[in-house]
Design a protein around this ligand. Structure first.
Ligand SMILES: [Zn+2]
Length: 91
């Protein structure tokens, strides 16, 4: 199957390759259970606006991404991390 390029330089689209290999940090640290009380480390996986980074961005494996999203949602309910950040209104 040939991936169609939209840049016109013959290279496949951006999503088919990346500059460096991503790895799951929880697998590296051999974490078996992600604790929602450890909100300091969870904050590395949410964006400035409070959104959870998708696994393709953070490199987290499916097993840990599922745990991570649950832990973040729990931490939000416990008011340890924010739900969202208000966008600064410039106008
Ligand atoms: Zn993992």
């Amino acid at each position: 199957m040939q991936a169609r390029s939209n840049s016109g330089d013959g290279k496949p689209p951006r999503k088919y390759y990346s500059a460096r290999k991503k790895f799951c940090v929880f697998c590296k640290e051999k974490v078996t259970l992600i604790d929602y009380k450890n909100h300091k480390s969870l904050e590395n996986f949410i964006s400035e606006t409070g959104r959870i980074f998708p696994a393709r961005v953070s490199g987290t494996c499916a097993y840990h991404q599922k745990q991570l999203s649950k832990a973040i949602k729990r931490a939000r309910q416990m008011a340890l991390i924010k739900f969202t950040e208000d966008k600064k209104r410039l106008t």
